[in-house]
Design a protein around this ligand. Structure first.
Ligand SMILES: [Zn+2]
Length: 57
């Protein structure tokens, strides 16, 4: 994954030094490839056995 090269934040325009993941001013993601990775994370589905055990307590 490529590091942020440094420069103006695409969201708020504040200058951010290199190698940041998120903007220190507005917390916008500076690494576009990282954003794609977040989207690919599957939805969390609880295991059925775990749900049944919780009801017994
Ligand atoms: Zn920003």
């Amino acid at each position: 994954m490529p590091a942020w090269p440094g420069g103006a934040c695409p969201d708020c325009g504040d200058h951010m030094p290199a190698n940041l993941i998120t903007c220190q001013t507005c917390r916008a993601l500076l690494n576009s490839e990282l954003k794609v990775t977040f989207v690919d994370i599957p939805e969390f589905i609880p295991l059925q056995e775990v749900t049944i055990d919780e009801k017994k307590k």
